[in-house]
Structures are given as structure tokens and as C-alpha cells.
Design a protein around this ligand. Structure first.
Ligand code: 6PG
Length: 466
């Protein structure tokens, strides 16, 4: 009997999805390439280890794998983003039939997804770019899935993806058709941008606590209390991380402080710049990772400038919690704003409330705040014009201002916390200093400017030297 669904690429995520699909009663085919001495009989060995996979068919021959699946075939790729995807597409194409569906479940660039969608369309093959979030555990127990492409093709794979996805508080699957082309991968990319900021904010909170000489266990204890106000997956794993000990010492103290990345934060920052949208926190969190990677330079600078002086630090815990909450709201505002503007630009017609909903469970940025946003976006497109969020920000703002000022006076690096305060200050300034920028542009480049005393929109040029 042929399989209903194929999974190609048995890395950590691919394997977990296979078990998840089998646990949901689907008959699947599993494929992993053969590399002499490195990847040999991966699918077969994997099947033998897991009783859940008793009906799954293992392959390391691509043609046999494809032939083992019912038409129209539904094959999900879980391979590294980038050139690997194109290579696998070329290898598998000769064996596919018209109407077959490929799903790319990796963190692919949304522009590449669009190109692959068009290319495969010309071959009568459907291509679904699907963001998958939740890491290994999510893939196994229920990830959040963001699929895009043609709606018809999605309908064929919907029963599979929605069964393996996580479920929200109302029992609905955390998987929904996002929109056309690469919109699913775009949305996943912004998910990761928001994720970068959420991680960076917790890292900044950690450095503030460290300056006050709290131990990791003591910090974890405070964060534990924070759960009732700002519960999230990332807060919970941070508490676990801070408590982890190895040979009587906290493991965190022995982890090298150079942050890695696989590119989605970089792409999200490029996208925000290209679309002309100020998602400043995403950029700040990315650059914070980049700065961290210059460890040797930082050590040298520390010697030449001396230690940052935080000896007089006194932090009110309420201010810290409030500032953290404040920055998280700004982060979510900016991330969703970027999605909204991209949706308008590309005519994707994305549903912000539905995106927030599929991010309430299964994914890395699931949080109590996300659940609130599902309702907020049902009423308005922007977080900042929602009355209750606005009131919350007004209450939190003085604490955020105070905390950020104290950190700066104590030379503690807080790029995202401070940017959140600066952003709101900039955003709420009706008469900004951009008039000076316009004058400067006109002075040296005759770029012209508009006038406040002429609302016709006419552009003026001044001969500034006379
Ligand atoms: C998720 C994560 C996941 C991963 C990314 C980001 O939603 O499950 O976003 O996709 O963590 O690979 O990784 P980097 O931090 O390495 O860029």
C-alpha cells in the first residue's frame, strides 16, 4: 500500500515530524540521502529505533521514495535552506508527476520561495513554502506552521499539516493558510525577528541583574515571579537555563558570549530596511548579536577603556519588569507593523489576528501577550491605537524611561530596551527635527523640501549660500 505523505531530510526536525505524522495515524515514506561513511541507511535505522514508525517506509533511493507515495504526491522537505533546496528540487523533478505538491518546511528566504514557486509552476508542480516553528520539541509534539502558495494546493495538504500542528486555547490548529507566494516564509522570518528581540530583551534583563550581583538562581527566582505578568515560552526556558548546573557551577557562567545566527534576523532587518519600515528593535537585536561576536575586540576595548562602571547601580524590580513589558509591546507592534506593510506592498492580504493566533502555541514566541494580540488585531490593525494597550504603555513608560536612564548612567549595554524607549519618544513627536535633515539634503544636494506653510505638497529649493 502506498504512503499518503513523504518526508525528505531526516535531520532533527525531519525526524520529529515523521514521528508526529505517524502518531497522527498517517502512513508516510521517509527519505534521507546516502553519503558513504557519513549518512548511511539513515531512514532505515531511524525506523528500526522507533516503534511508532512501524508502518512508515524508509528510503535512501529518491526514485523509490517518490514511487512509494500516492498521487498527487505530498512531499515535505526538511533540509537546509539555500542551495540544498534547489539541488533537491532538481534531483526529484524527473520522478514527479503533474499536480504533485512539494512543501518546503525550512527557514527559506521568502524571495527564493517565490522564485521556486514560479519555477515549479512552469513544471506543473505545486510549491508550498511553510514556516515551521517550535524547534525539535515543537516538531515532535506540535509546531506552529505558516504555509503559503496556492490555496488549492494547500487544501490537499491541510489535513496533514493541521493534524500535526499544535493547538491553541480553543482547540484550533496552529496552522493556517497564510497567503500567496513566499508569504509564509516571510511571516516565519518576522517571527524570528520578533524572537531575536524577545531573546535579546531577556539577555539585557540578565545583564542588569548581573550588575546588581545576583546569582543565576536568584535571577531565576525573580523571573519565576514575573510569570504571572509576562508569561512566555522564552521566559520559561530562560529560567531553566539559569538554574542549570554542571559540576556545582552554573552552566551559563561557562558559555562563551558570542551569539550565532542562521540568517533569518539578517533577512528580517533587510526586509524592514527595504520596505522603509522602522522595525528598529529587530535591527538592534541583530546588531547586538553581531557585536557580541567580536569577543576579542571587546576584550581589548575593555582593557583599554576600563570596566564599565555599574558600582552604583540600584534597580527597582518593578521598574525592570515594567521596562521589559514596555519593550515587548513595542517589539510586537514593530514586528506586526512590518507584516502589515509587507502585506500591503505585495498584495498578500494577510490576516494579523490569525497570524497572532497560530503563534499562541507551538512556536518559540508563544506568550500571554500573543494571546491578547489575537483579540487586539480583530479590532484594529495597529497595536498602538488599541485603547487598552495604549493605556498599558502609558503606565509602563515612566518605569521604562527611568530604567533605561539608570542603565545608561551605569554603563550597562541595553540596545533593545533603550531603543524601545527611543522609538516611542520618536513616534510620539509631532514636530520632529527631520526638517533639519530636509534642509541639509537641500543644501548639499538640491533635494528640495516641502513647507509647513504650504499644504499643496509643492517642493521648494533654496539657494542656501545667499
Ligand atoms: C523556531 C526558531 C528556529 C531557529 C532559527 C533561528 O521558530 O523554531 O526560530 O527556526 O531557532 O533557526 O536561528 P538563529 O538564531 O540561528 O538565527
Amino acid at each position: 500500500k502506498k504512503s499518503e505523505f513523504g518526508l525528505l531530510g531526516l535531520g532533527v526536525m525531519g525526524k520529529s515530524l515523521c514521528i508526529n505524522l505517524s502518531n497522527n495515524g498517517f502512513k508516510i515514506s521517509m527519505y534521507n540521502r546516502h553519503v558513504d561513511g557519513v549518512e548511511e541507511h539513515v531512514a532505515l535505522k531511524f525506523k528500526k529505533k522507533h516503534t511508532e514508525l512501524s508502518s512508515a517506509l524508509p528510503f535512501d533511493n529518491l526514485e523509490e521514495f517518490v514511487n512509494s507515495i500516492q498521487k498527487p504526491r505530498k512531499i515535505m522537505f526538511m533540509v537546509n535552506a539555500g542551495k540544498t533546496i534547489d539541488a533537491v528540487i532538481e534531483n526529484i523533478l524527473p520522478y514527479l508527476s503533474e499536480g504533485d505538491i512539494i512543501i518546503d518546511g525550512g527557514n527559506s528566504n521568502y524571495n527564493s520561495t517565490k522564485e521556486r514557486f514560479e519555477y515549479l509552476k512552469s513544471k506543473n508542480i505545486h510549491f508550498i513554502g511553510a514556516g515551521v516553528s517550535g524547534g525539535e520539541e515543537g516538531a515532535l509534539k506540535g509546531p506552529s506552521i505558516m504555509p503559503s502558495g496556492s490555496r488549492e494546493a494547500y487544501k490537499s495538504v491541510q489535513p496533514f499539516l493541521e493534524s500535526i500542528a499544535s493547538h491553541d486555547r480553543n482547540g484550533l490548529p496552529c496552522c493556517a493558510y497564510i497567503g500567496p507566494e513566499g508569504s509564509g516564509h516571510f511571516v516565519k522570518m518576522i517571527h524570528n525577528g520578533i524572537e531575536y528581540v524577545e531573546m535579546q530583551l531577556l539577555a539585557e534583563v540578565f545583564s542588569i541583574f548581573k550588575a546588581t550581583r545576583k546569582t543565576p538562581d536568584e535571577i531565576a527566582e525573580v523571573l519565576e515571579i514575573w510569570k504571572k505578568d509576562v508569561d512566555s515560552y522564552l521566559l520559561n526556558i530562560t529560567i531553566d537555563i539559569l538554574r542549570k548546573k554542571e559540576n556545582n557551577d552554573w552552566l551559563i557562567n561557562n558559555i562563551l558570549d558570542k551569539a550565532g545566527n542562521k540568517g533569518t534576523g539578517n533577512w528580517a532587518t533587510i526586509a524592514t530596511a527595504e520596505l522603509g519600515i522602522p522595525s528598529t528593535l529587530i535591527a538592534s537585536s541583530l546588531f547586538a548579536r553581531y557585536t557580541s561576536s567580536f569577543k576579542e575586540d571587546r576584550i581589548k576595548a575593555n582593557i583599554s577603556f576600563g570596566n564599565n562602571d555599574s558600582s552604583n547601580i540600584k534597580i527597582d524590580l518593578i521598574d525592570l519588569l515594567n521596562a521589559y513589558q514596555f519593550a515587548r509591546i513595542i517589539n510586537h507592534y514593530q514586528g506586526f507593523k512590518l507584516i502589515e506593510e509587507a502585506s500591503k506592498f505585495h498584495k498578500w492580504n494577510l490576516n494579523l489576528s490569525e497570524i497572532a493566533r497560530i503563534w499562541t502555541s507551538g512556536c518559540i514566541i508563544k506568550s500571554d501577550l500573543m494571546a491578547v494580540l489575537v483579540e487586539v488585531f480583530k479590532k484594529s490593525k495597529s497595536i498602538l491605537i488599541n485603547e487598552s494597550i495604549k493605556q498599558q504603555l502609558q503606565v509602563l513608560r515612566p518605569s521604562a524611561n527611568k530604567l533605561v536612564s539608570q542603565c545608561i548612567l551605569n554603563e550597562i549595554a541595553i540596545p533593545c530596551l533603550s531603543e524601545s524607549v527611543n522609538f516611542l519618544n520618536t513616534y510620539t513627536t509631532a514636530d520632529s527635527s527631520a526638517n533639519l535633515i530636509q534642509a541639509q539634503r537641500d543644501y548639499f544636494g538640491a533635494h528640495t523640501y516641502q513647507r509647513t506653510d504650504d499644504d499643496s505638497g509643492k517642493f521648494y529649493h533654496t539657494n542656501w549660500k545667499n
